[in-house]
Ligand binder design. Structure first.
Ligand SMILES: Nc1ncnc2c1ncn2[C@@H]1O[C@H](COP(=O)(O)OP(=O)(O)OP(=O)(O)O)[C@@H](O)[C@H]1O
Ligand SMILES: [Mg+2]
Length: 256
């Protein structure tokens, strides 16, 4: 099995991370060739699952809690058995839908506790990822979350921003944390401007951020509308401006 292409989406709250991640998964599904896709929902509110139309039954947090509560009751198993049990449970938590699988991380762990279980879970998620060609992670607002809760390494870190100064500032902070402080180990980082009203507006945002621009996505009424109606984003057609823009961002990453 080859290495999967691991893509993580991050940025300020509400800039469109989940929408971009969901459309990315849908675009990858439609591509020719081997396309085993793992979508990871790292937002405790399970936004990606909703946008992809998945009903979450079990999260990684549920698994962690079961293991920890067994250990507290004195029912801890010797380590190899615990590893095998978590592997089994992760597989169980993997939701398979037409063309992709989804793993939901659930709530953040209690600060500072049970490091061993957490790092075991992360190792096993990284191992699980090897069964896929693409991994798309919809992160919480902060980049450390991805490192701390999901995976130590990704290939592409996509910093999404809207046209707000605050959004740009958060993208810059993420880039600083990722590239200078190694908060997450990524091969490349790029900026995607979402909800821009013109190319000119998007260029202004890119210039202000100082980051490498990987593309821009226009504001599209249908996207907002589907969210309001609770309809998964695969309802967007192939010629939706948002779908086309996301596809172009993707091709930029994949063909490098
Ligand atoms: N290009 C777009 N055009 C129109 N509406 C959009 C676009 N992108 C996102 N939206 C809308 O903006 C809102 C926020 O988007 P989304 O939930 O994807 O952001 P988020 O960054 O994941 O938010 P959170 O930080 O809360 O997880 C949603 O109502 C979504 O439908
Ligand atoms: Mg979200």
């Amino acid at each position: 099995m080859g290495e999967p292409v691991r893509i993580a989406i991050c940025g300020k709250g509400g800039v469109g991370k989940t929408s971009v991640a969901a459309v990315m998964v849908n675009c990858l599904k439609g591509e020719p060739g081997p396309r085993r896709i793992l979508a990871i929902d790292a937002d405790p509110a399970c936004g990606l699952s909703l946008a992809l139309g998945v009903e979450v039954k079990k999260t990684v947090d549920d698994i962690r809690r079961e293991v920890v509560s067994d250990a507290k009751r004195g029912a801890a198993r010797p380590e190899p058995l615990t590893v095998r049990r978590i592997e089994h449970d992760l597989f169980d938590a993997l939701h398979e839908q037409d063309g992709f699988s989804l793993l939901s991380i659930g709530r953040p762990e209690d600060e500072g506790c049970f490091c061993k279980v957490n790092s075991l879970l992360k190792d096993l998620i990284a191992e699980l990822a090897h069964a896929f060609d693409f991994v798309v992670i919809d992160g919480e607002a902060g980049v450390e979350q991805i490192n701390r809760r999901v995976m130590k390494q990704v290939d592409y870190l996509v910093a999404v921003t809207d046209t707000s100064l605050k959004g740009i500032e958060v993208a810059r902070t993420i880039a600083h944390l990722a590239l200078d402080n190694a908060a997450v180990d990524c091969r490349e980082l790029g900026l995607v401007v979402n909800r821009a009203r013109s190319e000119e507006e998007a260029s202004m945002v890119c210039a202000r951020s100082g980051l490498e621009a990987w593309g821009w996505i226009p504001e599209e009424e249908a996207v907002r509308r589907l969210d309001l109606e609770g309809v998964p984003l695969h309802a967007l057609g192939q010629d939706s401006p948002v779908v086309r823009s996301v596809r172009s961002v993707l091709s930029r990453m994949i063909t490098r």
